[in-house]
Ligand binder design. Sequence first.
Ligand SMILES: [Zn+2]
Length: 372
Amino acid sequence: MQSQIHPLIAPAPGLALQLASHHFGDAGAARKIYVQAGLHADEIPAMLVAVTLKARLRELEAQGRLRAQVVLVSAANPIGLGQAVLGGFIGRFELSSGNNFNRGFPMLFKPVAAAVEDKLTQDGAHNLRVIRAAWREALLAQPPVNAFQSLQQALMLLAHDAEVVLDLHCSREAAMHVYTGDAIWPEVEPLARYLGATASLLALDSGAHSFDEAHSYTWWQLQQEFGARFPIPHGSIAVTVEHRGQRDVTDALAQQDTQALLDYLTHIGAIAGEAPPLPPLPQPATPLAGSEQLVAGAAGLLVYRAQVGERVTAGQPLFDIVDPVEGTRATTVSHADGVFYMGREVRYVKPGDQIGRVSGARAFRTGKLLSP
Ligand SMILES: [Zn+2]
């Protein structure tokens, strides 16, 4: 293992910010896998998985079993790790700007397409190399002006040329689930099976410019632009993995999830060995546009009537909001058959607060799909 330090733009005199990446296997290998955790810095289960994965990768490297270079950023957000307000850890948004750390990544289809259109051939492997080189140049051509942007650039420079990009997160209260692109679902499905994903939410473009979409959607755009004339492979199998809820921090779960990631990497041949048989997918994949985003209609005490991770049916009560003065209750029911895959950990809500999500098979939403 080799570790590299990437200095970020310092937010103030006397303060230094840096990102660490850990590199396993042959740096010149034809294949590259990228894994990061804690882009939302308050999502601890993901970082514990990364720490566990780091130890396992060191063993696999010592055994000579890595068939790809693996780059791991086990604490992907040093800005967020340093933020707190009145004793509360704030890792999802940058305090100074309000920016969500997993939104607004640079979408570089246009400069990459302009740079490669005269260089593509009938050789798909050549096209992969040309596109990745142009992508790196496009990233470097946008100098960051603040710490937030320098973090985004550093992460993209590490990840943009990897064939698999795994962005490890968690939700508030949740069952294991994944987000990924429509076009790459067949490649992601084995990962969802090994992880035991209770929901797999597919979107071409959620409108969020999240880290995984900055990879997978850009490749999809390149395929649309050039695919009729040149072979353009899926250059990046990019997935956001939600390692349950924020308080699901145990070594046993971290080891279970790490094993699932390693089984997937073995399945695709990035690790030598025989992968275990694919387990069944717990629930079929569904469109993110079919996922119901439930918000509180009034302030009150939140009482769940369904379990997170449970399969629910249309009309089934999900939660009550109790008025603490009058004692009245308002019940919200599911509008779809699906999995109640995410809830809210704080049991007092204000109007408009997000309080749950239910996967549904029928797409009905448009626009920004990761927002209510
Ligand atoms: Zn997250």
